[in-house]
Design a protein around this ligand. Structure first.
Ligand SMILES: [Ca+2]
Ligand SMILES: [Ca+2]
Ligand SMILES: [Ca+2]
Length: 251
């Protein structure tokens, strides 16, 4: 009786771990695109020989390499890797943009996530871009979409201790060029997104020149609770067949 209960508890715990994609993302300043961000990101680690990135130029220092987001009804994870140094931009003229969130699949981005970096700690600020006094600024290459949020009011501010990191992870930079990449990761409380009514969410990022830009669109991840109900049924079947096997052994 006792061993049986332990077995079921273990099975439930395993289901929780394996069915919730959100549980695997770690905010540690490392964008593991083959692990935590698998199937939850868009990549374009690309620098042409003449430094072209699309829509602008600038080489590795402006290359946006991976952007990811994944969410359920309680939390939204967001992350980015770029050759662009978010903490120490390659130019005083072309500053980092804010994350832009489009929560209803139209042409407008309803939310901005601004950030400030201190060491590896990142403080994020959520802004309602439909509020009075909020507007998106466009980058030099306007094709790169929204860049920086101008705003007078904010919805929330929070800090992650190890959200900014750097390393030699780029797969594409020109010979002799610094191949260092920089990462930002974070978690947003979904209850703050009052304008979200279901469906996909798109995460977008570019810098002031708009030399490079990336977006990723994600569908909501099924609730662990829903999967748990489904899983409980499977466990029920498994324990039934186990009971049958035991009976056979007894007879
Ligand atoms: Ca990570
Ligand atoms: Ca929108
Ligand atoms: Ca690169």
């Amino acid at each position: 009786m006792n061993t049986k209960r332990t077995g079921i508890t273990f099975a439930i715990a395993t289901l929780f771990l394996s069915t919730s994609a959100l549980a695997t993302v770690v905010v540690d300043g490392v964008f593991d695109r083959n692990g935590e961000w698998l199937n939850a990101h868009t990549s374009e680690d690309f620098v042409r020989a003449d430094g072209y990135l699309g829509p602008g130029w600038g080489g590795q220092a402006y290359d946006v390499e991976h952007i990811g987001t994944t969410f359920d009804s309680s939390a939204l994870y967001f992350g980015i890797q770029a050759g662009y140094n978010f903490a120490n931009p390659p130019s005083d003229l072309w500053l980092p943009g804010d994350f832009a969130l489009n929560v209803d699949n139209d042409a407008y981005y309803e939310y901005a996530i601004d950030f400030s970096i201190t060491g590896t700690a990142v403080t994020y600020t959520l802004i309602d871009m439909t509020a009075a006094g909020s507007s998106w600024q466009t980058p030099y290459y306007t094709d790169a979409g929204p860049w920086s949020a101008a705003y007078t009011t904010t919805l929330a501010t929070w800090t992650h201790d190890f959200a900014f990191g750097s390393g030699l992870w780029s797969e594409n930079h020109r010979p002799g060029e610094d191949g260092t990449s920089y990462v930002l990761e974070g978690i947003l409380d979904m209850s703050l997104l009052e304008l979200y009514t279901g469906g996909d969410i798109t995460l977008h990022w570019t810098m002031g020149c708009g030399n490079d830009v990336l977006e990723h669109t994600a569908a909501p991840v099924p609730e662990p609770a829903t999967m748990l109900l489904f899983g409980t049924g499977l466990i029920g079947l498994a324990s039934l067949s186990r009971r049958r096997k035991n009976k056979k052994r007894e007879s």
